[in-house]
Design a protein. Structure first.
Length: 108
């Protein structure tokens, strides 16, 4: 499997998920966040996330009052995932930029 960050974190995340009774979806999102933030510079990920969020919002302008859910749902899901990736990049940047003596404050 070509997901080294996920392989490193999966066991610890699984343990935490069991202790805190995470739903399966939350565990999956946590795993994906680890892998996404491990690739490339955070600034590029944030820029991509902003552009994709704006693109998704602009696509929503194409939806009218009589549009079926089959048109609306993919746009909403896509925009939500894209915005989630943006938040992940922003949080990773905040944690990485904190001084070592304040690292506990930024990591929650």
């Amino acid at each position: 499997m070509k997901a080294p960050a996920l392989l490193d974190a999966a066991e610890r995340l699984a343990e935490r998920a069991r202790k805190e009774s995470w739903p399966d979806a939350e565990y999956l999102v946590a795993c994906l966040q680890r892998e996404v933030t491990a690739h490339g510079p955070v600034r590029a990920q944030a820029a991509d996330g902003i552009m994709l969020c704006v693109g998704g919002a602009l696509c929503l302008l194409l939806v009218g009052p009589s549009s079926p859910y089959a048109v609306l749902l993919p746009m909403l899901l896509g925009t939500g995932v894209r915005c989630g990736l943006l938040v992940t990049a922003d949080v990773a940047a905040a944690i990485r930029s904190a001084p070592v003596d304040k690292a506990g404050l930024t990591s929650g």
